[in-house]
Design a protein around this ligand. Structure first.
Ligand SMILES: Nc1ncnc2c1ncn2[C@@H]1O[C@H](COP(=O)(O)OS(=O)(=O)O)[C@@H](OP(=O)(O)O)[C@H]1O
Ligand SMILES: Nc1ncnc2c1ncn2[C@@H]1O[C@H](COP(=O)(O)OP(=O)(O)O)[C@@H](O)[C@H]1O
Length: 203
């Protein structure tokens, strides 16, 4: 699957009568994207889910977009070649942007291994709507955790192009936040993220 080309012609943008700002005012919080990126098993889903729970308690409208789940539906036609991963992230970016427009705080949990792909998503959003969170964990530790047994399969050759083993992961150069999940407990990482959101006046 290659990068989508614009095929639709004669289409016109329809301006809505209710704008993003109206929805944010109604919700009494800003919308945006917490973009968790990191190796498989680093803790993206665990943290996105735990942070969502904490935000929900504070009456923040949230939605988790998760790699495994989105690949069951919307992106079920995509594999793990570099081109498919790029298209995967491009579509997620567009979906995330719609959620942001709807006034929601999105928590996305995708490996998103390429810097350029993450930058493309960032460019779809306003500066204060984008929070890149690097879920940092050594390959060694991810492999020890191996919650789905995928590293084992990748090492035996049963899965090809596995991130960190036989496919690249490009670390964020300038993330808003780095959480080191091989150094801190889940609760500590969640607190670090919530503290950051507070310092950004997001909550
Ligand atoms: N080859 C290969 N490489 C990496 N990951 C693989 C692969 N094959 C299957 N899986 C499973 O797919 C999940 C990653 O999907 P993503 O959409 O996040 O990947 S990507 O952003 O397009 O790289 C990933 O989920 P997480 O472990 O939660 O990261 C795996 O469960
Ligand atoms: N500090 C931490 N943060 C997140 N997960 C952690 C942490 N410490 C241990 N873990 C464990 O690591 C695993 C991470 O799995 P998961 O969240 O599915 O990762 P990913 O979504 O990045 O593939 C879980 O079993 C989780 O309990």
């Amino acid at each position: 699957m290659t990068q989508q080309k614009q095929k639709s012609t004669n289409v016109y943008w329809h301006e809505a009568s209710i704008q993003k700002e109206d929805r944010q005012n109604l919700n009494e919080h800003r919308s945006g994207v917490l973009w968790f990126t990191g190796l498989s098993g680093s803790g993206k889903s665990t943290l996105a889910t735990a942070v969502e729970k904490a935000l929900h308690k504070r009456a923040v409208r949230t939605y988790v977009l998760d790699g495994d789940n989105v690949r069951h539906g919307l992106n079920g036609d995509l594999g793990f070649s570099p081109e498919d991963r790029t298209e995967n992230i491009r579509r997620i970016g567009e979906v995330a942007k719609l959620f942001v427009d709807s006034g929601v705080l999105v928590l996305s949990a995708f490996i998103s291994p390429y810097r350029e792909d993450r930058k493309q998503v960032e460019d779809l959003l306003q500066a204060d709507e984008w929070y890149e969170i690097y879920v940092k964990c050594s390959l060694d530790e991810c492999e020890k955790r191996d919650p789905k047994g995928l590293y084992k399969k990748a090492r035996s050759g049963e899965i090809s192009r596995f991130t960190g083993v036989s496919a690249p992961y490009e670390e964020p150069e300038n993330p808003q936040l780095t959480v080191e999940t091989d150094r801190y407990f889940i609760e500590e990482c969640v607190d670090q993220i919530l503290d950051h959101l507070r310092s950004e006046a997001m909550i």
